[in-house]
Design a protein around this ligand. Sequence first.
Ligand SMILES: [Zn+2]
Length: 376
Amino acid sequence: MKRRAGIRRAQSALACPIQYNLHSTTGRQAITTHTVSSSASDGEAARLPFHTLPENIVCIDADYVQPQLACFYLVGDSGEYALVETGTNHSLDNLRRTLNHLHINDSQIRYIVPTHVHLDHAGGAGRYLQEFPRAELLVHPRGARHLINPGKLVASSIQVYGQETFTALYGDIIPAPAERTRVLEDGATFTIGERTLQAVHTRGHAEHHFCLWDEQSRGWFSGDMFGISYPGLRFAEGDFVLPATTPTQFDPEAYIASVRTLAARNPAMMYLTHFSALPFRPEQVDMLCDQLQHYAALGPALAGGAQGETGRDSGRYLQLLQEAVLERAQHHLEQLTSPEKAQAAAQALTMDAQLNAQGIAFRQAQSDSHHRETPA
Ligand SMILES: [Zn+2]
C-alpha cells in the first residue's frame, strides 16, 4: 500500500507508547506483548515496539504514520535472521530497539526481503544494507532496478505527496548496491539456518509483488495481497479484511487469482504488513474476492453517474467509488459485529477506501482508453 499525503508521521515510539490490543479468541494463537519499565520522567511503562509470534517470528511496528498501521517481520532459525519488509528509514529505531532487546547482532541479519518496492514496505532497504553488513537484499525481478536506482520511485512518490510530506514519511531513500541485490524468480527459495522460505509471485496489487511461504509455520508473509486488517477490524465473530489496491497497477482479476493461490496452500497464518498476524480462515478469502469482484463491476457501473468522467482526476467519480467501497466493507462488517460498530469500523477505513477508489478509477481509465484504441 502506498499511503496518502496529509498525515503527520507519528512521533517516535518513545514519545508515543505503542499499545497492542490484539485480542485473543478461540483458536487464535496468543500474541505476547513485551513490557519494560521506562526511564522516562512520567514513570509510565514504555512498551517495546514489537511482539513475538510462535515459530521464531517477531512482528515489529514500522512506526509509519501511526502505531499499528504497518509492520515488518524478523524470521529466525539457528541464529540467522531474515527481515521480511523493512518499513521506512524511520523504522530503523524500532528495529534497533528490538534487536537490542533480543540480543541479536547485526551480523546475524542475513536477508532483507521486501514483498514489493512500495516505500512503506521497502523504503528502508538501502539504509538497512548499510547497517547490516552481511545482509543480502532479495527482491522481485521487476522491483530490483527501482531499489538499486530509486530515482524514479522517489520522483513518482514526491509527485503524489509533495516534497515535505515525502521527507516526513520516508526520509532519504538510499540506493541498494547492485552486488548485494539478488532477484527471486517465481518459486525461488532461500534458507535461514535450516528454515526455507519460498517466493511466489502474486500480481494484482503491484507487478513487482511476491509473497513468501514459510513451511515451518504454514504461513504466508502476504505483503498487501491478503489485504488490510488493522487490530480494530478483528472481532470475536471473525476478522474483516479489506483489499489493498494501488492507484497505478490494480488488476482485480489478477488479485483474485493471487488470493486463491495463497489459500490453495491451506495456510494456518497470514502475516499481514497492515497489520500483524491473522489466523487464516476460508471466509476471509470469500470476503476479499467478493469485494474485488465488486470493485471490478463498480468501475463501469458508476461511470454513468459521473457523466462518463472517469479516471484518477475525476472528483465526482472518485467520490462515488469511495462511497461504494465503504458500503461494501460495511456490508461485510455487519456480519461480524453490531451495525453501530460496523459503521464506526468502516468510517475508520475512509483513507484506505480513498486509495482503493483511485485504484478502481485507474483501472477504468485504462479500459476506456483501450476501448477507444480498439476499432469496432
Ligand atoms: Zn503496496
